[in-house]
Design a protein around this ligand. Structure first.
Ligand code: DGT
Ligand code: CA
Ligand code: CA
Ligand code: ZN
Length: 632
């Protein structure tokens, strides 16, 4: 039994336990074991035989004595006692139901008990017949939502969110890189172009191991990777397989001499490639995945790098994010491609949470993490009171929190000065309990030689780093804001977002947000469409009304960089720019590491052809504050 099958059976057991109402810790132990098994780089079945050292399995994190016994049972018999027991009560297809929106384990158990529903098809049929209406708390509204949810699920389940795809790409690349002679692995296709979702992964591999005379062994290495669920195809220099989650991976191993041509070809998009080939033909050239050739004598014009190919076609190099055949060839020919935004252009991130509401870090921790990433300012914007499940703040708590934020900012600035001075004098502060972590950030920044664009940042830590006091208020169903104007007036940054009433009609949602915009203390409309990539359709806000209104009032429109949200699509970002909106990109981080989500945001901004001048948080603090909507 291979690792993937093992992991799948453990995961299935976890889901069945969940439906059975088992202890959450017990459920989690099976989930963790499934993950641990899947991460292994060697096949575990060999360690699970009676002859193998029993300690070998236990050495794996996430696998204890009981779980090791389960794995031995699974490897020996293809099943285990607990699984058999659960399968007497339930059917394995029921775990598919858990993937539907609004479908928890209790509902799944109820559906099975009452109506013998064990898979999505049966559920859909029952919902359409109106059978669910006989069950408690399942009215017409629930049924309608469910039918829509099933439809969305069918449509979405064949694509993967970019961050999920990227994570898999990195993990697989690591495994491939272990083969001697592999030098470079580049994700191509939609992942490289930065699309929000990927249909499959395209990985290009080059290096000595991929030269034609020796490639066979490298192909063998790839075709036997332990993460492979189903091997789909295996050719001379190509391996295709699927992972346990059904994500397809196409790996191509290519000699260095044609790497650029292959990278260009497999990055796409298809439409960009078609247009590029036509351009080649007009010049008596022919472009393929192997090379750009002269038609008359088949001599190679360019092949090793993408830049060579574009330049040989009298084009500037076109960044992958622009390759959608949306005018990029014309711009490249006329030398008018935009100077696309990059991560280091971002100076501030003004939408994030701490454990005052539903974040997982303190003000100081968020600030130090932002400093480590080279930011110059942040705003802490915890939730307001309407969001009770996030422990949202009322007016009094908001003001108390704001003064703590401002105190933390002043204290941090003083500490930064002390750390910078110490560093300049080669004085070690790592033993200082209060300054140790800040000192560590400073040392790391000095050593990595990160240079920010601001002159002040010649110092390891930006001396004027500022934590702004902000809030993310809720736009109520009628468009009012769940906080007093007097409170908002005392805050530096006010983000207003919709977190409820997703079923309102287009007219209702639009009027509601427009009314919120009339509140003169709102600076930023947070995640303005409320969509969740592959999970939840946007609420029906009419951007053709919202965007011009925001532009007229000077309200900034947020691109939420969280890959689950990617709130404004590339097209909507372009629309926002065309309407003259102030744009801002924020992470909405609920923990320090989520500050890195900014990368996903940047990719979408690049796909929208945006430059640093199109965003307001590329400006230094003073200009940034001045570009927020002025207070009455
Ligand atoms: P995806 O996987 O649906 O997210 O989108 P892509 O763009 O990654 O598409 P995929 O994986 O089918 O192919 C990767 C690239 O290979 C694609 O962007 C362009 C190139 N390619 C694939 N098939 C064709 C084709 O039939 N004609 C042309 N011109 N290019 C192709
Ligand atoms: Ca692809
Ligand atoms: Ca592909
Ligand atoms: Zn937020």
């Amino acid at each position: 039994m291979d690792n993937i099958t093992l992991a799948r059976l453990l995961d299935e057991t976890a889901a069945l336990l969940e439906i059975d109402g088992a202890d959450p810790f017990r459920i989690r132990s099976y989930r963790r074991a499934a993950e641990a098994v899947e991460q292994q780089t060697t096949q575990l079945a060999a360690l699970a035989t009676p002859e193998a050292d029993p300690k070998a399995l236990l050495a794996i994190g996430g696998i204890g004595k009981g779980m090791a016994a389960n794995i031995r049972d699974l490897a020996a018999t293809g099943t285990m006692p607990l699984r058999d027991e659960l399968l007497k009560k339930y059917r394995p297809t029921m775990l598919g139901l858990l993937k539907l929106p609004g479908m928890g384990p209790k509902t799944v158990a109820l559906l099975y008990e009452a109506l013998d529903i064990a898979d999505i098809d049966a559920l859909e049929a029952a919902a359409k017949r109106g059978d669910l209406l006989t069950l408690p708390r399942m009215g017409q509204k629930f049924t309608d939502k469910l039918i829509q949810g099933i439809e969305d699920h069918r449509k979405n389940s064949s694509r993967f969110r970019i961050d999920v795809a990227r994570e898999h790409a990195e993990r697989i690349s690591e495994l491939i890189r272990a083969f001697p002679g592999v030098e470079t692995i580049t994700p191509a296709g939609s992942l490289r172009r930065g699309r929000e979702t990927c249909g499959d992964l395209d990985l290009l591999v080059t290096g000595q191991a991929c030269e034609p005379d020796v490639v066979a062994a490298a192909v063998e290495h790839v075709a036997t990777l332990p993460i492979i669920d189903k091997l789909l195809a295996r050719g001379q220099n190509k391996v295709s397989f699927t992972l346990r989650n059904n994500l397809q991976v196409d790996v191509r191993l290519l000699p260095r001499a044609s790497y650029g041509a292959a990278l260009q070809y497999f990055t796409g998009s298809k439409h960009h490639n078609v247009a590029l080939r036509q351009r080649a033909i007009k010049r008596g050239l022919t472009l393929s995945e192997y090379a750009l050739l002269r038609l008359e004598d088949n001599t190679i014009v360019a092949a090793a790098t993408e830049r060579d190919i574009y330049n040989a076609l009298e084009l500037d190099y076109i960044p992958p994010e622009l390759r959608e055949n949306c005018g990029e060839l014309e711009a490249a020919a006329n030398h008018t491609l935009p100077q696309l935004i990059v991560r280091s252009d971002i100076r501030g991130d003004v939408h994030m949470h701490t454990f005052e509401s539903d974040g997982s870090n303190s003000i100081r921790e968020m600030a130090e993490a932002a400093l480590a990433r080279g930011l110059e300012y942040i705003a802490i914007t915890d939730h307001s009171k309407l969001l009770t499940m996030t422990n949202g703040m009322d007016d009094a708590r908001t003001l108390a929190h704001a003064s703590r934020i401002r105190a933390a900012s002043l204290e941090l600035q003083a500490d930064i000065a002390e750390v910078n001075t110490a560093l300049a004098a080669d004085r070690d502060l790592s033993g200082d309990a209060r300054l140790a972590s800040l000192y560590k950030v400073a040392v790391a920044r000095r050593e990595s030689g990160i240079q920010d664009s601001a002159p002040a940042s010649a110092l390891p830590l930006h001396p004027n780093f500022t934590i702004l006091a902000g809030i993310e208020v809720d736009i109520l169903l009628d468009g009012s804001i769940d906080m007093e104007i007097e409170t908002l007036a005392q805050l530096d940054v006010v983000v207003a977002s919709v977190h409820s009433g997703f079923n309102q009609s287009e007219a209702e949602v639009t009027a509601r947000i427009l009314r919120a915009c009339e509140n003169p203390y709102i600076h930023i409309v947070g995640h303005p469409t409320g969509r969740k990539v592959l999970k939840r359709e946007p609420y029906k806000v009419d951007l053709d009304q919202l965007l011009p209104t925001a532009a007229r009032l000077g309200i900034a429109v947020e691109h939420n960089a969280a890959p689950a949200r990617a709130d404004l699509s590339d097209l909507n970002l372009r629309r926002a720019k065309d309407f003259g909106c102030k744009l801002i990109v924020n992470t909405d981080a609920h923990g320090t590491e989520e500050l890195d989500q900014i990368d996903h945001g940047i990719v979408q901004l690049r796909r929208a052809w945006l430059t640093p001048a199109d965003l307001i948080n590329t400006q230094p603090l003073a200009q940034f504050l001045a570009s927020l909507r002025p207070r009455p």
